[in-house]
Design a binder for this molecule. Sequence first.
Ligand SMILES: Cc1ncc(C[n+]2csc(CCOP(=O)(O)OP(=O)(O)O)c2C)c(N)n1
Ligand SMILES: [Mg+2]
Length: 580
Amino acid sequence: MALMNGGEVLARALLQEGVRWVFGVPGAQPITFTDAIARVGRPNGMDFIMTHHEAAAAHMADAVSRSSDMVGVCLGTVGPGAANLVTGVYAAYNDSIPMVVITPQIHSNRSYPFKGSQQELDQIHLFRPITKWNGLVNRYDRILDMVRWAFREATTGRPGPVHLDFNVDVLFGNGEVAESEFISPQRYRAVERPPGDPGLVTEAVEMLLQAEKPLIHCGGGVMRSKAWDVVRELAEYLQIPVTTSVAGKGTLPEDHPLLFLVKGMGAIMAESTSDLVLNVGCTMSELDFWGKPNMWGEPAAQKFIYVDIDPSKIGLNREFDLGIIGDAKKVLRQIVDAVKQKTGPVTQRDFIADYRELEEQTLNSYAEMAASDAKPIHPMRLISEAVESLSRDGIMVMDGGNTALWTNIAGRVYQPRSFLFAKGTGQLGVGLPYALGAKIANPDRPVYILHGDGSFMLNCQEVETAVRLKLPVIDIVSNDSAWGMIKGAQHAAFDHRYCGVDFCDIRIDLLAESMGGRGIRVESPDEIRPALEEAAASDRITVIDAAVDREANLDVPVLFGMIVDLWLQGCDSPYCGLEE
Ligand SMILES: Cc1ncc(C[n+]2csc(CCOP(=O)(O)OP(=O)(O)O)c2C)c(N)n1
Ligand SMILES: [Mg+2]
């Protein structure tokens, strides 16, 4: 038995889970916890990572989970700290990212319903709609089982962020805990995920083998279950084309002969004309056009199989022919093994060439912009040149409005868990903290950010965090001095009548330098490459502040119209008829 305070019990429980970093802004109420991290955590490989804003701390924890097998953990103090965490937790929640959020709560004798304490805030209700589960720890002797509960919820089934609220008297309280009470995760939560029902797997195999134009469509579930190798095995064995949702980017390298780029014209052709879709770990949400015709096939002509760990997602948006509840990797393994017993490899499917031709035609239509020598720089030139020069081994972080759309056209992801974007929220400002979290979890891999100036500014203060922690990420800012995507929307709908979209010309390079980072201002196309080379060689964060053509950044052909149509579906919209 050892005497320890509640903060130490919590720190030791996190150590049992292999937690290496707690991201946050400190406060008085969690002081026994941060002290325990310094005293007990540090000698055992766990440390506190201070940020300047709690939202950035939550984004960094989220990025650890997105880019590794670890579960990110973040901390915000009671009241304002907790409130500041919200945007970061929300982005993780909408993308089903496992994460543990820790907040202190005021003393239990004046907790909810409140009496007028400073910083009082009903954090349980605040976080409830943006967490998979949350709970108040109001007794010292419940710390361990509540932490176990939190990790159980965060990691099993469909993952997600969870939240633990600790009364401050619990964190300051003392008690005796035996070493044997700190048990390993394998003894309190299921680490194995379930395979699919064998009868349903057999049916899926029959359907796959009978299909003439099959397609595999992969979502974020493939990333969570690490199913990418088995997707590839199945696709290559049967020569099945593969498309992905935004969250599934990186399932196959984006220059693989069977892979079609997210919502490129080749993918749209495949998705609308296949006679069978094997949909793995994907909700078929808005950015997948809800799985509905005419972006997808009519249900009578296109059979649909859902594979998902979460039964509530199966058939949510698209009627289907077969639903298999199970872990993506395990179910695909079952399918591949059965396919190999029944048939030899397929060598070629001619229709794939049609998809490729259409994809290339559309990509070629951007070639001129990508090669533009104009000054100010065309945003497509900046993004294309950046993407081409960056390593295949890199982790790409995308953040921004139209900058993200250009990146969607030019960007290529070559490895799984290597593309970070707040897909389910479109949350701006994630770029820098996502990159820092990914770099901390993957110190040997290059990490680069492509974002808009508005997005950079939302969390620009974290340049100091990158400098302090010696995280040499490459931060490429497309600077159009505007919320370009919204300005573009106002331009299209209201003919130059703008409201709340223009900034002053911010010298983002100087801002980075002021915090100890390297800042490089780029104003003409021939300066892009040397800046990228300098950034790649640098041992500290480099922010490339590229002044781009403000007019050219207002409108991203094709994609912009598609996105606006999605968002405003069902509205009496001022965009109607604009395309004619
Ligand atoms: C936190 C947040 N606030 C507002 C929005 C709405 N929004 C979507 S795109 C956009 C403009 C983005 O500007 P910037 O990052 O500079 O990229 P650009 O479009 O100029 O390339 C805004 C304000 C959002 N998605 N997230
Ligand atoms: Mg901008």
